[in-house]
Design a binder for this molecule. Structure first.
Ligand code: 5AD
Length: 386
């Protein structure tokens, strides 16, 4: 039986591709994704200047290196530092500035709105926000101020697993990220989401459901990367030994009991946090949502510093996110260890990226690089900007 490979694949078919081990079939999947990418969004690679505004965070996600419980040095960029980074993105013709941070209440509605207005006045840049779960009021205000896009990964579609690794914010009830993503869409944002691959407790059927949910949400942008264990976080101390999850007590949280609830029925297997699985997820995302924007993420480049970024661009990716955060703050935004680019200047990162895309016959996109899916849904005739 030939396995179908198209936009309308069922979750069961997606799962079959995810567990596929035949090199020939995997090659077929990756090639099909690369052809789909070329056909729908072309050979341009869009550069997004990433600025990590602050590593303060009120949340305690079990996998994240900047979780509130960690006693680490915290920083918050000044307004001038942020504007200098925007200036760089503008000078390098990036077209888009991505402002990311932990859930930091000091980045309040006013501060962020003023920043958006000033960046929009001074530079021709699209603005993507990645500031976590914020209030509807804040999101509406920032959209009005000129923000274009919002990134909020749902991390896993398995609700039990999601809630186990995302304790709610202090004095808050658990949030439904799918509902939040729909709100962002209603507010007019170009919406991006994604998952981590290989979260302890994640099964292949969970991952297939994640991809089906990308389609159901009709995402404009899809960002995925391998889960990278951080040894100073509870989930970083979970090990997979002989197919079973093992963990230690960490930070006063009994992780073992948390994770044990997700031990699988015999037929289910833990998803590995490796590149092979990550590339299959990128490829399937491209096939399912052919005109979405899909980054070859930093987590991919972290697992393979030599070829990771290029490989991601060759199995469906059409976006990269060079880091423009000032050097002195880089190592403090350590959501996972050995993050790619931490020790190098933005100049070096950009020069390397340009060389890498040239080597695989691609070129830097010029313009804001909106998601073709977003433009299509909103009735724009432009197929893609060049
Ligand atoms: N490994 C991989 N990705 C991580 N993120 C946070 N911590 C880790 C980790 N340990 C990802 C999450 C989040 C994004 C900003 O970074 O998916 O949404």
């Amino acid at each position: 039986m030939t396995l179908s490979l198209n936009q309308d694949m069922t979750a069961a078919e997606i799962e079959t591709w995810l567990v596929e081990t035949s090199p020939d079939k995997i090659l077929l999947l990756l090639r099909h994704a690369d052809n789909t990418r070329r056909h729908y969004v072309g050979d341009a690679v869009w550069f997004r200047g990433l600025v990590e505004l602050s590593n303060y965070c009120r949340r305690n996600c079990l996998y994240c290196g900047v979780r509130a419980a960690r006693r680490i040095e915290r920083y918050r960029m000044t307004r001038d530092e942020i504007l200098e980074s925007a200036q760089k993105a503008h000078e390098w013709n990036f077209g888009t500035l991505v402002m990311q941070a932990g859930e930091d209440s000091a980045l309040d509605e006013e501060f962020v709105a003023d920043l958006i207005v000033e960046i929009k006045e001074r530079f021709e840049l699209a603005i993507t926000l990645s500031l976590g779960e914020r209030t509807e009021h804040e999101w509406a205000r920032w959209k009005e101020a000129g923000a274009d896009r919002y990134l909020l990964r749902f991390e896993t579609s398995n609700r039990q697993l999601f809630h186990a690794i995302h304790p709610p914010a202090p004095n808050s009830s658990p949030q439904d990220r799918v509902a939040l993503l729909r709100r962002l869409r209603d507010l007019g944002y170009e919406v991006g989401s994604g998952v981590m691959i290989g979260i302890p407790g994640q099964s292949f059927s969970d991952l297939a459901q994640d991809l089906a949910l990308f389609r159901e949400l009709d995402l404009d942008m899809i960002g995925c990367g391998p889960f990278l264990p951080h040894s100073s976080t509870p989930l970083g101390r979970v090990e997979l030994i002989d197919g079973l999850l093992h963990s230690q007590e960490a930070n006063g949280l009994n992780v073992r009991s948390k994770v044990d609830r997700f031990c699988f029925p015999a037929a289910e297997r833990q998803v590995p946090n490796d590149l092979a699985t990550t590339f299959k997820v990128l490829a399937l995302s491209r096939i399912i949502l052919p005109n979405a924007n899909i980054p070859s993420t930093t987590a991919i480049a972290t697992l393979d510093g030599q070829k990771g970024r290029q490989s991601g661009l060759e199995c469906g990716g059409n976006v990269i996110m060079p880091n423009l955060t000032p050097m002195k703050y880089r190592k403090l935004y350590e959501i996972y260890p050995n993050k790619s680019g931490t020790g190098e200047s933005a100049e070096t990162t950009v020069a390397t990226a340009l060389k890498q895309i040239g080597e695989i016959g691609r070129f830097q996109g010029v313009g804001s690089g909106s998601s073709p899916r977003f433009l299509e849904r909103n009735g724009s005739n432009r197929k893609t900007e060049r």
